[in-house]
Design a binder for this molecule. Structure first.
Ligand SMILES: *Cc1c(COP(=O)(O)O)cnc(C)c1O
Length: 392
């Protein structure tokens, strides 16, 4: 197996696994996503091993495939649930509500009531108005308070829209007591594909200050820290190892809490759990230039921004892409198949393609197990949503 020009393939997938995926996909129509559950099992075990003190709440949105959720159910995971639709799915799969949190800060009161009725008792919040809904629709429940983070250093930041400044968090904790809810902990999300582990340090410092303030000023003992997702999958931009993240995070917890770590520490991995498990198999529809002397040829694939690769927005996530063929390479612009001109994958970042690649060849987009199928549009230009298969 040759390496692609810009990355050693073995950094992303073993030859044995890649060959199995290619063979499995041989008779499948493209585009399709192939998920290897063994990788999800391994990622779960790696997270357990490296962060043994943390309870895992898998962020369902990353890859909600029944087979993925069922595997994580059997491995003992808990679940960060964002909507009543995800809740229904998890209940259908026999997951008990005490293994779930309602982790979306944006929720209708009637949906909170639905979660409560089904038995969920752990809720995130970041506003007074949301607390108000919780006090009516989920009386007495545990609430945790999400902090605003900047998402600096993250390839997919998740900043601004979620969380509250610490000054508002203080008000929320007080209000929760008044509303008869149980102030349970503090959460943050450092930004998805967070390549700067220092972002956990910044957030954990604020968290420890809030714990101290709640205890001293309010006589409220917060019990839980939810450190969010943000752990990396393997894309082209390199990251530290999970072991390095874990070492640093332990040190930050020691700095903030000395020997008195909170009772419960939660992580909510999505990308780091599912990302590496998937390969999108695609086909080259056309290779063409826009003008006689244009420098880079355009390569149009049968999958693009609307077919599951929306995280190429602003070229934020750079997937490793493997072309068949050998020999000298050319830089190319990669684009998707739809009639929307924003459906370009990579233009500023040029990818290298073997000169021998031809229309009709297969192309393999690696590390596409998270935030792909669940993001794919339905029937834009008539294209059906990205089909996925579990590798057998
Ligand atoms: C999306 C999301 C996650 C998962 O984040 P990753 O970076 O994919 O691990 C975790 N927690 C919350 C609240 C989320 O919205």
């Amino acid at each position: 197996m040759k390496d692609q020009y810009h990355f050693p393939l073995e950094n992303f997938i073993t030859k044995e696994r890649f060959d199995r995926i290619k063979a499995f996909a041989k008779d499948k129509e493209t585009p399709c996503l192939i998920i290897d559950l063994d990788i999800i099992r391994k990622n779960y075990e790696d997270l357990r091993k490296n962060l043994p003190f943390a309870k895992i709440f898998y962020a369902v949105k990353a890859n909600p495939d029944d087979a993925v959720v069922s595997l994580l159910r059997d491995l003992g995971s808990n679940f960060d649930v964002a909507t009543r639709y995800e809740l229904d799915q998890l209940l259908r799969l026999g997951i008990s509500p005490d293994r779930m949190s309602f982790g979306n800060t944006i929720k209708k009161e009637k949906d909170i009531a639905y979660f409560y009725e089904k038995g969920v008792r752990l809720y995130v919040t970041d506003s007074i108005t949301d607390l108000d809904k919780l006090s009516r629709a989920a009386p007495g429940s545990k609430v945790f308070f999400r902090l605003l983070t900047e998402g600096l250093g993250a390839d997919w930041p998740l900043s601004k829209k979620f969380g509250s400044h610490p000054d508002l968090a203080r008000q929320l904790i007080k209000t929760a007591v008044r509303f008869g809810l149980e102030p349970y902990g503090i959460s943050f999300h450092p930004g998805s594909q967070q390549r700067d582990v220092g972002q956990w340090s910044t957030a954990l410092t604020t968290v420890s200050q809030l714990f101290t303030w709640a205890r001293d000023d309010l006589k409220v003992n917060l019990k839980m820290i939810n450190m969010g997702g943000g752990f990396p999958a393997n894309y082209i931009e390199p990251t530290d190892s999970l072991a390095q993240y874990a070492d640093d995070i332990k040190r930050f917890l020691d700095n903030g809490f000395k020997n008195d770590w909170p009772e419960e520490i939660i992580i909510e991995p999505g990308r780091s759990m599912a990302g590496d498990s998937g390969v999108i198999v695609s086909e080259i529809i056309n290779i063409a230039k826009k003008s006689v002397h244009e420098r880079y040829p355009w390569v149009f694939l049968d999958v693009g921004k609307f077919g599951g690769l929306i995280e190429t927005l602003d070229e934020a996530i750079k997937y490793p892409i493997y072309f068949e063929g050998e020999g000298p390479a050319v830089d190319v612009i990669l684009a998707g198949p739809t009639c929307d001109s924003m459906d370009i994958l990579y233009e500023k970042t040029t990818y290298m393609m073997p000169e021998s690649a031809r229309i009709g060849d297969r192309v393999y987009i690696l590390t596409t197990g998270a935030y792909t199928q669940s993001y794919s549009s339905i029937y834009f230009n008539g294209f059906p949503p990205l089909k996925s298969y579990i590798l057998k």
